[in-house]
Design a binder for this molecule. Structure first.
Ligand code: ATP
Ligand code: MG
Length: 567
């Protein structure tokens, strides 16, 4: 490709709306352009990277025997009604009517469509197991699309769906996919970590997410310093030293205008963990839909909202309003779990707790010497694990936190979709049975951003060779016939040798060309200049690495062996 004809518009300055480095560099180096919120054009270079990532994913998926197909973006409401997700999925699902007033949506994921396909084609257990995948554009009307390709509304996903005669076969495929994901992310040159995950709106019994470790990651991961345990904080559990307090007689005490946990603790001269904090939430979806619930934790713990949502089998929870509080006889700032007319959930760490302090449900008062055994409550895990908590899986390690970008997730779904969508087959005994299912996603376009978050320096992107839009760029210095002719010959020879090469023959100053080449992150730069030609040489520079002078006659061979070495 000749640069002067190539659509790769670079920008000198960081665009104002780009907060993270991958977004800045993708815009500055001319890989993407914004069309509207969370929706982007992939310019030729962006598309080249996307295709390379797709090729690696395809190769690794095909190696396992998975079969590629392509499903539509448009999906009929009926299938989603059958699975129960038409109402449940929330506003990320873009629903609309076509000209015949037929309700439809844009696919955020394809469990419904694949089940509908497989149910019509599956007859016998002999066809199982079967893993079908696609690489396709998804639409999710995200509340906060941001960080460029990291969280778009329209994005490219690899989604695979496997079908099985039984749970053992699903477990086998789950392990195969797990290992395949490790191979894929290793080939992409990423530092990543698989972690136990919440099953989210997709559902199922078991799930792992794959996280690229990066400060800009939106997810928080808890991991053990000693063993392999790692989990998204939405799911993570840990050991916590729990102090036991004396079973003192209960008293009302005045706490004028003192509401915050730390202020009450200071005022009463007690540790924060001796307080029970009672958080009130309004529930959406599930058995408690529209009701207020109370969630209690030790004063020094934080609630992990997703754990509360799961414990209630709800769609979401929202902080309760003042009206909600009045309805259950709670007094703002002085809420306690006793006497509330609502469902009560207590964190496991409060089991058998006594000698505690709670809000009195009266203005300016707390109660001391409180025991939880007077409460009619369910005990569940609600707290968010903290750094330095003990690991539950080994006795030696403790919990640390890291930030991660979720680039993939695998789910053992079981019969969550196959049952409502009637995916049946004839088993080995000739009986009709429900298929068992798994699903496995990779954020293909998000990976472009994730790679850049890990592979960049102050000058721009530093692509791993396998992903770079071009392997080599030729930088022609000066305008003389001689440098142009020599560059052109080298360009042709490299093309003929099958090298992906961008020839910068623009009438720009060398400084501009070097800057652009570094910004784009192409791994090898061949510099052709007057002085070098006088000596019969060109310079090969490795992006963010060493330089070599090579005889012009040997450039192609040297380049080929360098590419070979690094592949
Ligand atoms: P997140 O928690 O980041 O919203 P998710 O868990 O909802 O993602 P999945 O349903 O697991 O996403 O989708 C599979 C993969 O698709 C994710 O692991 C992620 O890499 C990618 N992905 C999901 N949402 C987006 C998005 N809005 N933009 C780009 N990639 C996305
Ligand atoms: Mg996910």
């Amino acid at each position: 490709m000749r640069y002067s004809k190539f659509l790769a518009p670079s920008l000198r300055d960081n665009p104002a709306d780009a907060e993270v480095v991958s977004h800045q560099l993708l815009l500055r180096a001319g890989f993407i352009r914004r069309v509207t919120s969370g929706v982007y054009d992939y310019l030729p270079m962006g598309l080249r990277v996307l295709r390379k990532i797709e090729a690696i994913i395809r190769e690794e998926m095909n190696r396992t025997g998975a079969q590629e197909l392509l499903m539509p973006m448009l999906q009929p409401a009926e299938l989603w009604q059958q699975s129960g997700r038409w109402d449940k999925y929330g506003s990320e699902l873009l629903r609309f009517k076509d000209r015949h007033a037929h309700e439809s949506c844009l696919g955020p994921t394809h469990e419904e469509v694949i089940c509908d396909l497989v149910k019509r084609e599956l007859r016998s257990y002999k066809q199982l197991p079967m893993n079908l995948y696609q690489i396709q554009t998804k639409f999710r009307d995200e509340v906060r699309p941001r960080f460029g390709l990291m969280r778009g509304r329209e994005f490219v996903m690899k989604d695979a769906y496997s079908f099985h005669a039984d749970e053992d076969s699903l477990q086998e495929e789950y392990q195969t996919m797990f290992k395949t994901y490790q191979r894929i992310f290793t080939r992409l040159g990423l530092k990543f970590r698989p972690v136990e995950a919440d099953t989210g709106s997709i559902g199922g019994s078991q799930s792992h997410e794959f996280h690229v470790l990066a400060e800009s990651g939106e997810d928080l991961i808890a991991y053990c310093t000693h063993c392999d345990y790692a989990a998204n904080v939405e799911k993570a559990v840990a050991k916590r030293d729990i102090s036991v307090f004396d079973d003192a007689p209960s008293h009302h005490v005045d706490t004028p205008n003192i509401t915050a946990v730390e202020d009450v603790a200071t005022f009463l001269a007690i540790p924060e963990e001796q307080l029970i904090k009672t958080l009130l939430y309004h529930v959406v979806g599930g058995e408690y839909d529209g009701q207020v619930v109370a969630a209690c934790l030790r004063g020094d713990d934080a609630l992990q909202e997703i754990k509360l949502v799961r414990a209630l089998a709800a769609d979401e929870v929202m902080l309760a309003s003042d009206t909600d509080l009045q309805a259950i006889h709670a007094v703002k700032g002085f809420v306690g779990p006793q006497d509330l007319t609502c469902k009560l959930l207590l964190d496991e760490s409060l089991r058998d707790a006594k000698g505690m302090v709670v809000g009195a449900n009266r203005v300016d008062q707390h109660i001391t010497g409180f025991s939880v055994d007077c409460l009619d409550a369910d005990f569940v895990d609600l707290r968010e694990v903290r750094v330095n908590d003990g690991c539950c899986h080994c006795d030696e390690g403790h919990i640390e936190h890291a930030r991660g970008i979720e680039v993939g997730q695998v789910f053992a779904l079981g019969q969550q979709y196959t049952k409502p969508l009637d995916v049946l087959f004839q088993d080995a005994n000739g009986k009709r049975a429900i298929a068992t299912m798994g699903c496995y996603g990779i954020g293909v376009s998000r990976l472009i951003a994730a790679v850049i978050e890990q592979c960049h320096d102050e000058h721009g992107i530093v692509w791993p060779l396998a992903l770079s839009p071009f392997q080599v760029t030729i930088i022609t210095m000066g305008k003389s016939e001689r440098v142009l002719e020599n560059s052109k010959k080298l360009y042709q020879d490299l093309l003929n040798a099958g090298v992906e090469v961008l020839w910068d023959e623009r009438k720009e100053r060398p400084g501009v060309k070097f800057k652009d080449a570094e910004l784009m992150g192409i791994p090898y730069h061949i510099v052709v200049g007057e002085r070098g030609l006088d000596a019969g040489i060109v310079e090969i520079r490795r992006r963010a690495g060493e330089k070599h002078e090579i005889a012009i006659t040997e450039t192609v061979d040297s380049m080929l062996s360098m590419l070979e070495e690094k592949l």
